[in-house]
Design a protein. Structure first.
Length: 618
């Protein structure tokens, strides 16, 4: 799912007739909808030459009376991306979904949300973790989420990089064989034999060279998009100028990398050294960086993969003692994972300090480090346990939260409501391989970025569901304790305090000193908010509004000396794994949810399918 190396792309067979409009802009061609009677508005940007905003009001997902939401695109021409677009030149149409605060949007701050991956849609956050709704089992309707993060904050979900979710750089008629995951450009639209597992639709090019290919390059595009949105999106109207960024999973790289770039851009604006395609860039009032189950620094976190697999707070021994020691040896031996990452980072510091992936030697070294560490240190749990790396309680084919977002976002009526001219991809088919194996971004990104954010005075919140293996809480805790900033010693001296969710439930424990916090959320997997929506929502609100995470009763902005109290370790707090939920073969995710018998039935036409779920075999 969110940090999976294997190809992972889904789209629909329904919309070969999806409307697209070519609009000439000098030598560039952006695919931009015209304003028409479907409620779409198009604005020519004055902030970025040649850019446009297209948007419409939406009435799905967020159905709270009186609460407004808008979806659309920030269309950036290639001229606005020069120097950091990726390996090739392209235009970027960045999809967004903006939800006003349910309570006083005029006086609510703004938070951006980006998905992980690399290359996982932000709409997962909006519809199965922290947004206004949860998608129902019919993949065709939603249920309101009372613990949505837009209860008190204006939320902006952005699909990035392009080729993810509804974002795109070009629109290509294509076919997908869901039994193999193979995507093929469609040559003849009139000669298509589709069925349950072979579908056709409209997609981006699937070319990873036409997308941001490192955290640093992605940060630059998101900063430019944010400048356009804040300055020119007419429905963004608040007196609270604070801007925050929250993310998940690979967002442990995105979040610190993006926010550190935002801070640097602020500094350059203030000292007059800014060079940007943005005509009049504005200083952003940056407030909070938050993430759930983020993978932040591969070298710090690496030892905790064997540890989590062998010795965790759920009493699960998923690998043998011999494999445990072998994995640790692969980390520490000469030429092992640690040495490879160290070499990668030394080369990057010397020859690609801005991480723009312009040096083939650096890319090769960092790609090799990422591949080795993934396979020989982290990989044992995935290969041997038979369990999901995103929730240790689940069997390998059981998925939570379910992938109903794929079917829902590929309903024709949903795409029309959102103004999307293409089919939905939950994640990019090629982006993970590119970031891990080609540019080696996963090995390059270090703790330095989050140190810089914390040292700049921003709030930092790390939240970890404690049943996740992929970006596990032991590694996250190690990063929090290794961080260096002016008050880091006080953070390390703070104890773990019970995290009070409500009058009857304690959802976890938290270590906090002033504006920096680390929360362990009990009984939660990789998408922590999907498991414990109330607890994670309470953490979010308390952080955003300067309260202590443990109770929400103390104003930490007014007390620079605030620290949580309790034991220095929470490892002694144990829980039992529940029985795994039964797996559900979902046609939009055959390769990850269906067993061999079910795949055979889908292939030979004997499967009975209802609402994209295999319900029987004839």
């Amino acid at each position: 799912m969110l940090l999976h190396i294997s190809p992972f792309l889904f789209f629909t067979s329904a919309l070969l007739s999806s409307r697209t409009y070519a609009s000439p802009l000098g030598t560039d061609y952006l695919t931009v909808p015209y304003a028409d009677d479907d409620g779409t508005h198009v604005i020519d940007s004055e902030v970025v030459s040649g850019a446009k905003i297209s948007y419409k009001e939406t009435h799905i997902c967020e159905t709270t009376p009186g609460v407004r939401a808008f979806s659309g695109y920030i269309h950036l021409p290639s001229s606005a991306l020069e120097g950091y677009e990726g390996a090739q030149t392209y235009n970027a149409s960045m999809f967004f979904w903006y939800f006003e605060s349910r309570n006083d949007p005029k006086n609510s701050p703004l938070s951006l949300y980006v998905g992980g991956g690399p290359g996982f849609t932000s709409l997962g956050g909006a519809t199965f973790e922290n947004g206004p709704c949860f998608i129902n089992r019919d993949s065709n309707s939603t249920t309101l989420n009372e613990w949505s993060w837009n209860n008190n904050v204006n939320m902006l979900y952005i699909d990035e990089p392009v080729e993810v979710g509804f974002s795109y750089e070009s629109l290509i008629p294509s076919t997908l064989d869901q039994l193999t995951g193979e995507v093929t450009p469609l040559v003849n639209k009139t000669d298509i034999d589709t069925n349950t597992t072979f579908v056709a639709g409209t997609l981006p090019s699937q070319n990873p060279a036409r997308a941001a290919n490192t955290t640093s390059n992605a940060a630059r595009i998101v900063w430019t998009s944010t400048q356009v949105f804040i300055q020119e999106f007419p429905e963004y109207d608040t007196l609270d100028s604070r801007v925050s960024l929250w993310t998940n999973s690979y967002g442990g790289h995105w979040g610190p990398g993006f926010m550190s770039h935002f801070i640097t851009q602020n500094e350059k604006i203030q000292d007059g050294s800014i060079e940007s395609a943005v005509c009049d860039p504005q200083v952003l009032n940056l407030d909070t960086l938050g993430m759930t189950n983020g993978c932040i620094d591969a070298q710090i976190e690496a030892p905790f993969y064997p540890e989590m697999a062998f010795n965790n707070t759920y009493g699960l021994q998923a690998i043998s003692e011999d494999v445990f020691h072998e994995s640790l040896n692969n980390l520490t031996k000469s030429g092992g994972c640690n040495d490879l990452i160290t070499e990668c980072r030394a080369l990057a510091a010397a020859s690609d300090p801005e991480n723009i992936a312009a040096n083939d030697t650096v890319n090769a070294a960092c790609g090799a480090a990422s591949a080795y560490c993934w396979a020989y240190v982290q990989g044992a749990f995935v290969d041997l346990s038979g369990r999901s790396p995103f929730d240790m309680s689940l069997d390998k084919l059981a998925v939570f939260p379910p992938d109903y977002i794929i079917g829902y976002m590929n309903q024709e009526w949903v795409q029309k409501e959102l103004g999307a001219p293409l089919n939905f991809s939950i994640s990019s088919v090629n982006m993970p391989d590119y970031y891990f194996g080609v540019t080696g971004d996963a090995g390059k990104v270090t703790i330095d970025a989050i140190n810089y954010v914390a040292s700049s005075g921003l709030k930092v919140a790390l939240i970890y569901g404690d049943r996740d293996y992929r970006c596990n809480w032991l590694g996250g805790e190690a990063v929090s304790l290794a961080m260096e900033y002016p008050s880091s010693s006080s953070f390390r001296a703070a104890g773990y305090e019970a995290l009070t969710t409500n009058n009857t439930y304690q959802g976890g424990v938290v270590r906090q000193h002033n504006s920096i916090s680390f929360s362990r959320v009990f009984e939660a997997g990789h998408a922590a908010g999907a498991y414990q929506p109330e607890t994670v929502s309470k953490i979010f609100d308390r952080v955003m509004f300067n309260k202590d995470v443990a109770t929400g009763g103390q104003d930490v902005a007014a007390d620079a000396d605030y620290s949580s109290t309790g034991p220095e370790s929470s490892f002694g707090i144990k829980n039992e794994l529940p029985e795994s939920a039964a797996h559900e073969c979902y046609v939009w995710d055959i390769l990850h949810t269906c067993n061999d018998e079910e795949i055979a039935a889908l292939a030979n036409g004997t499967a009975v399918v209802e609402n994209y779920i295999l319900t029987g075999i004839e």
